[in-house]
Structures are given as structure tokens and as C-alpha cells.
Design a protein around this ligand. Structure first.
Ligand SMILES: [Zn+2]
Length: 313
């Protein structure tokens, strides 16, 4: 598949997922066994409610899930094509919604590196090693820095209570604290001034414009670091660069947990002389669900003379 078509597929899939309730159910309250049980063979499973779970029941749920997986997936596993992944994600450890779910992609179709606040730094041997391996050994074609708007690490970086953050976490998020302290982005500057004036030290609301702006600026910083500090720098600055050798495009995206949408920050780069493939997510079908239709109809009837809302497609 062509790189552009691949990115298009990813963004298109994400756009069709703007169903926040489903996300929340799947990611935050549903035990793992439930995620795979719709077509599962009848085998004993734990039914311990999540809220009453114990450490032992956590593990039991996982192992039950693995039993189901083994029974369900045996045939599919054998028939999975042994193709190398074309996409690598650098995601955040606390974004509990997987990219396979967000993009409706096949398990194994991409590889991921997770850390707090989806950071890439050439000084971090961990992320640098994974990127190098993905490019050199797996031959990935896209590296996607994947932020998310509910990021707790970003929230921690905006706090002015460092004594409440473990030292090792502070060290890791220091570059984000620096972005927050020096960013010229209007939303962030505004919040900085307001907080200084009022001496506010508590955490920032994750719905605020400044918070969302910092999430985005942090993604951009990692994209920039990939450009300057990964092996791509050496590859793309070689004299007489031959694009056939390494052809990797890097993108900065942010996932919105509230809507399910993925936003492209427009900071992609690729090999010298090559146009970055562009893709746009399809618009969602605005047709409401059956329940929503009756609610919308009732609301609409109070403000319009039209008897029923049209089912646009
Ligand atoms: Zn996060």
C-alpha cells in the first residue's frame, strides 16, 4: 500500500470512531475478558465486577482472557500474513486506548513505543533505539508521534507543585515543563500570565485551551527531535541523499478521547525532495442513531415547522 493511502486509511478509520461512550466503556470500565467475549466459545470466565476487583482477580481476568484468545484466535494466528509493519507509533503510556482500536487496524500491523507523554529524544536511549530498530530492521514507512488530549503527564508538567511529583517523573517531563515556561503560543502565554498574577499552583483543567495547546506543542517537539536527533537526521543530510534507501515520513497527531477524533498537527516531514503524503479523514455520517433521532426530532420540532429531520447521508 502506498504511504499516502496508508495514512489516509488510518485517518479515515479514526474519523469513523467518534463515539465517546463506546470508548469510555471499552477503555475504562470493561474487563479484558468482555472485549473478546462476543464470539467466544463457552468457557468458564470470571465475572468479578471491576470495582470490587482484587489483585488476584485482576490476574485471573487476564489469564481467562488469554484462554479465550487462544481458543478464538488459533486459526487466525496461523493465517496472519508475516509482513513487516509499515507504521510505528510513539505514544503515551497513560493513553489506555490502543492505536489498533483508534484506527481499527489489524493487530500486528504497527509497532509502538510508549512512554510518559509520548516523548522522543535523541538523548533517551530507549526511544532512540526503538526508532532506529524500526527504521533499519523493520523498514517502517511512517513514524507517528501520537499525543492525547487527556494526558496526565502534560497536566503534571503544568503543575506548580513539583514536590508532589516523583523526582524521576520530574526529570522525564522537564522538557515539557520548559515548553510550558517558554512557549509563545497565545493560549499558553495567557494561562502563564493568569497563573502568575493569581499565584495559582493547582493542576490545570484538561479541557482548557492552554492544556490542549501544550499537548500539541509537546507532540511537535518530539517530531522536531526526530528530525534533528534520530538516525533520520544523518540519513536525510547525507550528501547525494538517495531517497530509496530510507524513506520514512514522520507525523504529529493528537487523539481526542472525548470525540474519538485524531487531529493532524500538520508538522509532517519526510525524505529531502519528496512530497509528504497528505490524507484527510472522511466526514462522519451525520445520521443520528435511532435513540438520538427521536430526541433530535423532538428538539427540532420545537424550533422548526419541519415534521421530521431528514436522514442525510
Ligand atoms: Zn498521556
Amino acid at each position: 500500500m502506498l504511504p499516502g493511502a496508508l495514512l489516509c486509511l488510518l485517518l479515515t478509520a479514526s474519523a469513523s470512531l467518534a463515539r465517546p461512550l463506546i470508548y469510555r466503556e471499552l477503555s475504562y470500565t470493561t474487563p479484558m475478558t468482555t472485549l473478546t467475549s462476543s464470539t467466544a466459545p463457552s468457557i468458564p470466565t470470571s465475572t468479578i465486577p471491576v470495582n470490587n476487583a482484587t489483585s488476584a482477580s485482576d490476574l485471573a481476568l487476564l489469564l481467562d482472557g488469554n484462554t479465550q484468545f487462544r481458543m478464538q484466535q488459533a486459526e487466525q494466528r496461523q493465517s496472519l500474513p508475516d509482513q513487516p509493519p509499515r507504521v510505528m507509533f510513539i505514544g503515551c503510556s497513560d493513553n489506555r486506548i490502543t492505536t489498533d482500536l483508534i484506527f481499527q487496524s489489524e493487530p500486528g500491523s504497527s509497532i509502538s513505543h510508549l512512554n510518559l507523554a509520548n516523548r522522543f529524544s535523541g538523548k533517551d536511549p530507549n526511544s532512540n533505539a526503538v526508532v532506529t530498530y524500526a527504521i533499519r530492521d523493520l523498514g517502517v514507512k511512517h513514524i507517528i508521534v501520537m499525543g492525547h488530549y487527556g494526558c496526565k503527564s502534560i497536566q503534571a508538567a503544568m503543575s506548580r507543585q513539583p514536590q508532589k511529583i516523583d523526582k524521576i517523573v520530574q526529570i522525564w517531563i522537564q522538557p515539557i515543563i520548559d515548553i510550558f515556561s517558554h512557549s509563545r503560543r497565545v493560549e499558553i502565554k495567557k494561562l502563564r500570565s493568569k497563573r502568575r498574577a493569581s499565584n495559582i499552583i493547582t493542576a490545570t483543567n484538561i479541557d482548557s485551551d492552554a492544556f490542549r495547546a501544550l499537548v500539541e506543542e509537546n507532540v511537535k517537539a518530539s517530531v522536531k527531535n526526530l528530525m534533528r536527533e534520530s538516525i533520520l537526521f544523518a540519513e536525510y543530510h547525507k550528501k547525494n541523499f538517495k531517497s530509496k534507501k530510507v524513506e520514512v515520513f514522520v507525523h504529529g497527531l493528537v487523539f481526542d478521547e472525548q470525540t474519538g477524533e485524531v487531529k493532524d498537527l500538520g508538522v509532517s516531514f519526510g525524505p529531502p525532495g519528496q512530497v509528504v503524503p497528505k490524507a484527510k479523514a472522511k466526514m462522519l455520517d451525520p445520521t443520528p442513531t435511532t435513540t438520538a433521532t427521536s430526541e433530535t426530532s423532538s428538539t427540532a420540532s420545537s424550533t422548526s415547522t419541519t415534521p421530521e429531520p431528514s436522514q442525510t447521508t
